[in-house]
Design a protein around this ligand. Structure first.
Ligand SMILES: O=c1ccn([C@@H]2O[C@H](COP(=O)(O)OP(=O)(O)O[C@H]3O[C@@H]([C@H](O)CO)[C@H](O)[C@H]3O)[C@@H](O)[C@H]2O)c(=O)[nH]1
Length: 425
């Protein structure tokens, strides 16, 4: 692609990966990003010694795109222990993976939330997804997660008390009406790898991608969003808030709503899944005793999960405090004020730990995320646009061309770059 110019609109994960591969292929690449920083939906704020990721986001270290595009050792990942603690008023029980976390095996075997049949079905499901590729999973017949697990014979208790909060946390849909393909793929990735957060916060991920793109020669211009694209089939004219530039190719890698506005591609999904993540300061030494596992709310979604962030990543809190976060799913939490959400979390924790008080739980940060993911009902992936739409010299990159995840976003960036590169030949 020697000498050919490419504009990438948006410096989220997809845009940054596309920019790096296009620059590696010899293109003259400029990324225009509306915000002051790179990363899009993966962002981190640091304040008073605390690290707040925007929403509870984690890296799945087995995602193929994560392994290919990132240097995990440079990210200094802090890992969660496999499994989770299932919590309800008066009771907490550990559910683990005996193969990957032998220390928790005894507690897990004694767990009466899960029947022996559920444990055997989990092993069979693990074998089933272990033999499938990403393309096979996303090309398979679809169903909702709930119906799929019923079909597999899992008990209603297991579905309601473990799967609903755990995979509801991943898909932001506790009703489990989401495509079972998302469940199969994330279940496979969790069986084969770990989840964690970079010691410096999740924003270290896009920052590393941006550094790689710059090293390959791409230019990243922040606070300069793309307003309009005029594609005449042979080249494109791109108008940003500050300038008008011509390019041989444009890759639209904004969020789904803006991508649809810029390209008029109506297959871009814009129905949102929302969540609110609230962070709390606790006095130093106040431990949730989960051995680096997430706490799942088996009873209701107020909140859905509680995460002992500084037990997993001590860098997330200053020396004199602990950091815990809680995630509330759906749109109803968006309108609740911070003190109301904190009170819900405090009451829930006190019900899970009946012999303890959580008076010291101090809300210090609240992220209300209206568009965290696009909604993924069964079959949605069959109708997503390809990277080559809308045609002419304009291409698409973004989770909305694959599936809503860090894997989907990063893979789509690479696919878009490959499409441009091969069409330029
Ligand atoms: O007019 C505009 C509008 C937006 N932008 C910038 O575009 C970037 C879009 O990034 P993002 O929304 O993060 O989308 P991406 O597909 O790269 O990656 C996301 O997918 C999710 C995942 O699906 C959720 O689990 C993942 O978390 C994200 O990384 C953004 O920087 C906007 O500011 C613009 O420039 N102009």
């Amino acid at each position: 692609m020697d000498g050919e110019t490419v504009v990438v609109a948006g410096a989220g994960l997809a845009g940054l990966v596309a920019a790096r591969h296009l620059a590696d292929a010899g293109a003259d690449v400029t990324v225009f990003e509306r915000r002051p920083e790179v990363g899009g939906r993966v962002r981190t704020q640091k304040r008073d010694g605390f690290t707040f990721d925007r929403g509870f986001q984690v890296l799945f270290t087995k995602y193929p795109a994560v392994r290919r595009e990132l240097d995990l050792s440079a990210l200094d990942v802090r890992y969660f222990a496999p499994g989770a603690v299932i919590a309800r008023p008066g009771q907490r029980s550990t559910l683990s993976d005996p193969i990957r976390d032998p220390r928790a095996t005894v507690a897990s075997l004694q767990n009466d939330e899960v029947t022996t049949t559920d444990k055997l079905r989990t092993l069979a499901l693990r074998q089933h997804v272990g033999s499938m590729t990403e393309n096979e999973i996303f090309g398979s017949e679809d169903d909702s997660i709930r119906d799929y697990l019923r079909e597999w014979g899992f008990s209603e208790d297991y579905i309601e008390h473990f799967v609903a909060p755990f995979y509801g946390g991943i898909t932001l849909d506790r009703s489990l009406s989401t495509s079972k393909r998302v469940f199969e793929y994330t279940f496979k990735m969790l069986s084969e790898g770990s989840i964690g957060v970079p010691a410096g916060g999740m924003q270290a991920v896009p920052e590393q991608l941006a550094a790689n793109a710059r090293k390959a020669g791409a230019r990243i211009v922040t606070e300069s969003g793309v307003e309009h694209i005029d594609d005449n089939g042979d080249s494109a004219t791109i108008t940003t808030v500050e300038e008008t530039v011509d390019a041989d190719f444009v890759v639209v890698a904004t969020d789904p709503k803006e991508a649809r506005r810029l390209t008029d591609v109506n297959q871009i999904p814009t129905n949102a899944r929302s969540c609110v993540t609230q962070s709390y300061r606790l006095p130093k030494g106040t431990k949730l005793e989960t051995r680096k596992k997430l706490l799942l709310n088996a009873a209701d979604d107020a909140p859905n999960t509680v995460v002992p962030m500084s037990e997993v990543a001590p860098e997330y809190a200053p020396d004199d405090a602990e950091l815990v976060n809680a995630t509330f799913l759906g749109t109803s939490a968006l309108d609740r004020d911070a003190s109301e959400l904190a009170e819900m979390t405090r009451k829930t924790l006190e019900s899970w730990y009946p012999d303890r008080m959580f008076d010291g739980l101090e809300p210090i940060h609240t992220d209300r995320i209206e568009f965290a993911q696009f909604d993924q009902p069964p079959g949605v992936h069959d109708a997503l646009p390809t990277n080559r739409e809308p045609g002419g010299r304009t291409y698409l990159a973004g989770d909305f061309t694959a599936w809503s995840s860090i894997q989907g976003a990063m893979q789509s960036g690479r696919n878009a770059a490959e499409a441009v590169r091969s069409d330029a030949e």
